[in-house]
Structure formats: structure tokens, C-alpha cells
Design a protein around this ligand. Structure first.
Ligand code: TXA
Ligand code: MG
Length: 337
């Protein structure tokens, strides 16, 4: 299949382009589109055959449910059977935006979207292209990240093409995704609510609106399979990745001296003084602020893959709670298969 790439303005999407993308979705095809987090691979959420194409294109296990995207709260309420006060308050504060709710699903949701489960994950993305597309089609759009299963999520159209070219109908190229990592996934069917996946909306920000929540990170002893997205190896680059204790400088040195090509994601400015290893090391400078780090995280991993490094070394990250989502993604990327 030929994958058409249409450029679209990320602030004011051209209506003819949105119309073309909407026609592909209405015919049961797949369209990758930018959101404020990462690129999504969209299909009509009410069309099981279209959803099946998503699983095929991604090589995604049928046990892993897909997030359904809607334009706003009213549309979300049509695909769930309960809309608790907590959902209303969080939506008022964070929607449209990078926060996903897990709620009991309405009968209209095909089993394939929820992997046979009784709940559905739903969010209203804020990206103007995603909003325009949702409003144009008038149905909810199921969209996982637009990458092959377990690999790094795409934050640019070229990343989407690298893994899915030929297996999807269209990519809307709206440039870089501003957020850079996936939405936070919050299960509102438990008391207190459970953060299944940390993301761009921090646990502290959520707690300021609805009070205490539970973190479903492995350390908390919660069954990680409660959200299949908590499967260990995920977000993994081609090269194996390790997180250093403190600065990665020594580790980078010894790997390069052993003849390996090394990618180094470092939060400190370094000069590699040893000429012999300089041409073995690709250094990517990473920000000291968690939001800026998130924006750059996947694009750094994608560029190190493109540079064909053998190993990736990442400087240790701060242990503060606002780094939770970043640590989560890097720990998973580092977990050996
Ligand atoms: O930012 C995002 O959330 C992006 C953009 C495209 O919106 N989407 C995304 O989708 O990251 P995906 O499919 O790659 O990740 C969805 C996560 C997975 O970890 C999945 O297991 C979990 O949400 N999930 C989906 N439905 C669920 C449900 N009903 N119950 C629990 N977890 C669910
Ligand atoms: Mg994903």
C-alpha cells in the first residue's frame, strides 16, 4: 500500500487536507496524525474492521486495548456508562490535553478496541490537527501511538514513516509534537483512582484537583498487567540502553574504548578530551527540566537509532516525583527483553 504524506499546518490546519484525511477514516482506513503528545495511528473507533488494521500495522498484541480520542467531554460521555465527578473536574481542568481516563465502556464500543475488557480509555487531545479531524469525522477515533509495538513512539512524521510506511494509508505531517511523551492514563474505576501510566500531566497536578491517587508503578506492588501498557519492555530503541549511576562519562569512555559506537544522553555539557574515542561517541545534550526533557526524549532516541549507535548511555535522572514519567519511559527502554 502506498502511504500518502500530506503536510498540514499545526496551528491552522487546512480544511481541504483535513477533509481528505477524514475520507480515509470514513472508508475504514488508517491515518497517522499529530497530537500534543506523540503521533497517533487513527481509525474509526466504531468500526471493528478498521481497528483490526491498527493491530496488524503495529504488530500489537490483541490483549492491549487502544485509547479512544474524542473532541470534548460530551463526546466522551457517549462512549462510557459512568461519568464520575472526578472525570468532570479533571476534564474541566485538563481537557483538551494529555490526560486519559479509564471508565466503564458503553455498548457502542467494539470489544476489539478495549481488548475484550469492560473499560475504555478515552481522552480529548488538544492538538489543532487532532481536534479538526475529530470534529470533521464526527465519530470517536481510536489511536495508539503510531509506531510498531514496543518501539519508540513517534514525535515527527518521519518517525511514523520509518516504522509504518507501506502499511497505512496516510500520514498528516504537522511537524514535531510539542509534548514528546504519551498522555497520563488514570483509572477512574478504582477508589482512589490509579495512575496506570505517568505522563505529561503529573500526579501532583491530578491530586490538586481530585485528592490522593494511587501510582501503579511496579515498586508499588500493583499488578503491572492491570494496564497492558505497563508491560516491561516498551519504548525501546534499536540499540540497548543503560542508565548510568550519576554521570555516564566513565561508562561512555569504557564502551567507546572497547570499540563500540555510543550515544550519550547527558544533562551536563561535556567535552570528550580523549581524541581516540571522540568519533565513537554521539553526545545529545538533554535539558534539566522534566517538561523540556520529555519534549526531546523520543526525538533523541530516534536520532541515535538513525546514527546506528551500538549502545545508549543516559545520565542518571533526578528522583523527584515530577520526573516520574521520564524515569518510567527510560526504565522500560532499558529493560532487557
Ligand atoms: O498520548 C497518548 O496517549 C498517545 C496519543 C496518540 O494519544 N496514545 C498512546 O496510545 O500512547 P497507546 O495505545 O500507545 O497507549 C495506550 C495505553 C496502553 O498502555 C494501554 O495498555 C492503555 O493505554 N490502555 C488502553 N485502554 C485501556 C484500558 N481500558 N484499561 C487500562 N489501560 C488501557
Ligand atoms: Mg504506544
Amino acid at each position: 500500500m502506498e502511504t500518502r504524506v500530506l503536510t498540514v499546518d499545526a496551528v491552522v490546519p487546512d480544511s481541504a487536507t483535513i477533509h481528505e484525511a477524514a475520507s480515509v477514516l470514513k472508508r475504514g482506513g488508517l491515518v497517522a496524525f499529530p497530537t500534543e503528545t506523540v503521533y497517533g495511528l487513527g481509525a474509526n473507533a466504531l468500526d471493528p474492521a478498521a481497528i483490526e488494521l491498527i493491530f496488524q500495522a503495529k504488530g500489537r498484541p490483541a490483549t492491549n486495548p487502544i485509547i479512544v480520542h474524542v473532541a470534548e467531554s460530551d463526546a466522551a460521555r457517549e462512549i462510557v456508562t459512568e461519568w464520575p465527578e472526578s472525570a468532570a473536574r479533571l476534564a474541566a481542568r485538563f481537557w483538551p490535553g494529555p490526560l486519559t481516563f479509564v471508565l466503564p465502556k458503553a455498548a457502542s464500543m467494539p470489544d476489539i478496541v478495549t481488548a475484550g475488557g469492560e473499560t475504555v480509555a478515552v481522552r480529548a487531545p488538544s492538538h489543532p490537527v487532532a481536534q479538526a479531524l475529530l470534529r470533521k469525522v464526527g465519530f470517536p477515533i481510536a489511536a495508539p501511538s503510531a509506531n510498531r509495538s514496543t518501539s519508540v513512539s513517534p514525535t515527527e512524521a518521519s518517525h511514523v514513516l520509518r516504522s509504518l510506511e507501506g502499511s497505512i494509508g496516510m500520514v498528516l505531517d504537522g511537524g514535531k509534537c510539542p509534548g514528546g511523551i504519551e498522555s497520563s492514563v488514570l483509572d477512574l474505576t478504582t477508589t482512589p483512582p490509579t495512575l496506570l501510566r505517568p505522563g505529561l500531566v503529573t500526579s501532583a497536578a491530578i491530586e490538586r484537583v481530585i485528592g490522593p491517587i494511587r501510582l501503579a508503578i511496579r515498586q508499588a506492588g500493583v499488578d503491572p498487567l492491570r494496564s497492558p501498557g505497563l508491560l516491561e519492555r516498551h519504548y525501546a530503541p534499536d540499540a540497548s540502553l543503560e542508565i548510568a549511576h550519576g554521570s555516564g562519562l566513565e561508562r561512555v569512555h569504557s564502551l567507546a574504548q572497547a570499540g563500540l559506537r555510543v550515544g550519550w544522553m547527558s544533562q551536563r555539557a561535556h567535552s570528550l578530551e580523549d581524541d581516540a574515542i571522540q568519533d565513537k561517541v554521539v553526545v545529545i545534550f538533554m535539558p534539566n527540566d522534566p517538561e523540556a526533557y520529555a519534549t526531546r526524549l523520543y526525538s533523541a532516541l530516534h536520532s541515535l537509532d538513525e546514527a546506528h549507535v551500538d549502545r545508549i548511555v543516559v545520565d542518571a535522572l533526578p528522583s523527584a516525583l515530577d520526573w516520574l514519567a521520564i524515569r518510567d519511559r527510560l526504565n522500560r527502554a532499558a529493560t532487557a527483553v
